[in-house]
Design a protein around this ligand. Structure first.
Ligand code: SF4
Length: 118
C-alpha cells in the first residue's frame, strides 16, 4: 500500500473544499492515474500555512512516501519550485493533483525524489 499526502495552498483552502484533488485521488485520474494498478492510501490533506515543517515531519512519521503538491500550489504559490525541491529531500513529489499535467504557467510536471511508481 503506497501512502500519499496532498499539500494544498493555504489561501486557496480558505475557499476551496478540495473537491478536485479528492475526486482525482479517489478515481485515480489525472496526477493519480499513475497508481491505477496499485493500492494507495490518503494519509494527509493539509495546507501550506502554519508550521509546514512540523506537518511534513508528521507525514514522514506516518509513513507517507509520496506528496502531491496541488495544482493551485503550482499555479499560485510563490516559491513553488523551491518548496518542491525541499520536500523532495524527504519524499517523492508529484507537482500537481488535478487538471493538466503541464499546467498553464509551468511547462512540465515537477517530479523529484525516487518515486518507485513513476
Ligand atoms: S488543487 Fe484544486 S481542488 Fe485542490 S485545493 Fe487547489 S483549487 Fe482546490
Amino acid at each position: 500500500m503506497l501512502k500519499i499526502a496532498i499539500l494544498v495552498r493555504k489561501e486557496t483552502a480558505d475557499r476551496c473544499t478540495g473537491k478536485g484533488c479528492l475526486r482525482s485521488f479517489f478515481s485515480k485520474t489525472e496526477s493519480f492515474s499513475r497508481y491505477r494498478n496499485i493500492e494507495i492510501e490518503l494519509i494527509g490533506f493539509f495546507h501550506s500555512g502554519g508550521d509546514l515543517d512540523y506537518k511534513l515531519a508528521k507525514m514522514k512519521e506516518a509513513g507517507v512516501q509520496v506528496i502531491h503538491v496541488s495544482t493551485c500550489m503550482r499555479a499560485k504559490h510563490e516559491g513553488y519550485e523551491k518548496l518542491v525541491k525541499k520536500i523532495g529531500k524527504n519524499f517523492d513529489v508529484i507537482g500537481y493533483t488535478h487538471g493538466s499535467r503541464d499546467g498553464k504557467t509551468r511547462a512540465t510536471e515537477s517530479v523529484t525524489g525516487k518515486c518507485r511508481v513513476l
